[in-house]
Design a binder for this molecule. Structure first.
Ligand code: NAG
Ligand code: NAG
Length: 397
């Protein structure tokens, strides 16, 4: 039949294109359209700027009609502001397989003002598998004058059906990974490492995205392990080891008066160790139409965490820009279940909610947090909810 012939022709056509552009390892059918960056001129010496070669390899992969794979072999590749844009031609998922390490230039000025080291934009179906990105952020952290905006190590902007697995991120200048404007993403087995005192080095920041899962990962940085910004819906976080760092934070919210809400967030099977916060919700003490609703935290362990459970709606550094000292963010339906471990300060459970928008529907179920020999305390301001099971310190609703 005509359509069968057409398909047969397309298959042959695809194989012939793919084999002309493919790598040496492309012998089996599933690797037909592999685009090796070295074939496009990338140098695995850690010194030669390989940005142009990566861009050429990406252009070829993204134009491929058969399932494309961008391949980065072992070795160290220097890149600067690498922007990989879709949409790609293939209707299949585009895979970026990284066996090597990408490094940023040692002089951070060479990244200009772009704000990103590696940026993926407008791609439907993307997998990033393996690899290490070493952003060499230390010099940037020390910058005090005429500092450019820091570069995030890897950003996904407007990507649908994203998979990130086995990636290691080291010493980002600012946030290590940003997921923004994305739909359906699964990030697993990532390792994110930066020193305890490195400023603004969030592990993973998510905003304006629906259907994101972050799982089975280790995050130790100088800022939030995971930060959750406005417009995050249907987020699942599970199997994370967090700390040192600032914990898992929803916020800061109320940055803007008009702001999208955060809803349907589950955080489970997470362990915090030596972090400043555990489970935090944080908003500026100023007007906003934003909200946080439907958040469940369960099966969480805390080891020497300064603020294991905290809602802080009083955030206003230097007292500027908060005319009425009251947050417009409406917080409701937040459940804490099976939370145990140790606090590094006396107040283990701290709900400081907004006078104009009290927190409602907070539930504590089987929460057991200790502090040295004297026992931990809880503190509530404008917070309403219920407690059940063993709750220690006793709730203050
Ligand atoms: C909890 O997460 C760890 C990874 O941090 C994983 O190894 C373990 O299997 C998870 N346990 C459950 C019950 O999901
Ligand atoms: C702030 O307070 C002033 C005076 O109390 C009031 O008129 C104004 O509406 C308040 N603004 C907001 C955004 O709540």
């Amino acid at each position: 039949m005509a359509s069968n012939k057409l398909i047969f022709f397309l298959v042959l056509f695809t194989i012939s294109i793919a084999s002309s552009a493919s790598t040496t390892s492309s012998t089996t059918a599933n690797k037909l359209s592999s685009f090796n960056v070295v074939k496009f001129g990338a140098k695995a010496d850690g010194k030669t700027d390989s940005t142009g070669a990566f861009l050429k390899a990406w252009a070829a992969a993204c134009n491929s009609l058969s399932p494309p794979r961008l391949y980065v072999p072992r070795g160290t590749y220097l890149i600067k502001r690498l922007e990989l844009r879709g949409p790609c031609k293939s209707t299949s998922r585009t895979t970026v397989q990284i066996d090597g390490t990408l490094v940023a230039p040692s002089d951070y000025h060479q990244l200009g003002n772009s704000g990103n080291l590696l940026l993926f934009v407008k791609i439907s179906g993307l997998s990033v598998i393996g690899g290490t990105i070493d952003a060499r952020g230390a010099a940037y952290w020390g910058c005090t004058r005429n500092c450019p905006p820091g570069a995030r190590s890897i950003t996904f902007n407007s990507v649908r059906n994203l998979v990130v697995s086995g990636l290691m991120l080291i010493n980002s200048q600012v946030s290590h990974m940003v997921i923004s404007g994305c739909t359906n993403a699964v990030v697993s087995r990532v390792k994110i490492i930066a020193p305890d005192q490195s400023p603004n080095t969030d592990g993973i920041h998510i905003q304006t995205s629906t259907g994101v899962t972050i799982k089975d990962s280790v995050i130790r940085t100088g800022d939030d392990c995971i930060s959750i910004g406005p417009g995050t819906k249907k987020l699942l976080i599970q199997g994370i080891s967090c700390g040192p760092g600032h914990g898992i934070s929803i916020g800061s919210l109320a940055r803007d008066v008009k702001e999208e809400g955060v809803e349907d967030v589950t955080v489970k099977n997470v362990s915090f160790s030596g972090s400043d916060n555990g489970l935090r919700i944080k908003s500026w003490a100023r007007p906003s139409n934003g909200y946080v609703r439907g958040v469940t935290y369960h099966d969480i362990t805390m080891n020497n965490v300064k603020n294991p459970i905290i809602i802080d709606q009083r955030y206003c550094p230097e007292g500027r820009g908060c005319p009425n000292q009251s947050s417009g963010i409406k917080i409701s339906q937040v459940t804490y279940r099976n939370i145990r471990g140790t606090s590094a300060t006396p107040v283990a459970v701290n709900f400081q909610c907004s006078a104009t928008n009290p927190c409602i529907g907070i539930r504590l179920q089987n929460v057991k947090l200790g502090y040295s020999n004297s026992g931990a305390k809880s503190s509530c301001v404008h917070a309403h909810g219920t407690s059940s099971g063993v709750v220690a310190p006793a709730s203050c609703f």
